[in-house]
Design a protein around this ligand. Sequence first.
Ligand code: THU
Length: 163
Amino acid sequence: MKNHKEYNFKYTEISTITELSTEEQNLVNQSLEALKTSYSPYSKFKVGAAALLENGEVILGSNQENGAYPSGLCAERVALFYAGAKYPGVPVKCLAVSACFEGEQTKSPVSPCGACRQVMIETQHIGKKPMRIILTGSEKSIVIENSAFLLPFNFVNTDKIFE
Ligand code: THU
């Protein structure tokens, strides 16, 4: 038996964050605030992340680079791992990510790397609730309802992947 299958997902594109709820606009603004703590002397590309937890707490992260390049960590993972360390098991409702290069916010939404997508999915899996992802840019942002959409065939539970 041979089956041709397709994978696709829906996401929402917005031109201004004022189209988000007040809570989510605040979260985006906090991800922009987090840019200030980025340590990125090598790439000069600042990334900020803000995670809204179900208990109402907001955890911020920013990219932290290192002279031994692979030792650095992206903003998303700094925020999600800190959230896990501070509030283990508390679902992350929403993660907002922003970036800035040469003093200006990127026009396009910042797109998380594969490793961060994997960590988002596992964080969502632990919390047992969909995690909304807001990727922001000054001219365009996108909202994804479930972090798993960002990584097809992800590794969380091998038996479930190919159901
Ligand atoms: N980076 C993030 O922090 N998040 C992303 O989504 C993309 C990339 C960081 C890693 C590195 O410090 C810098 O941005 C340039 O790649």
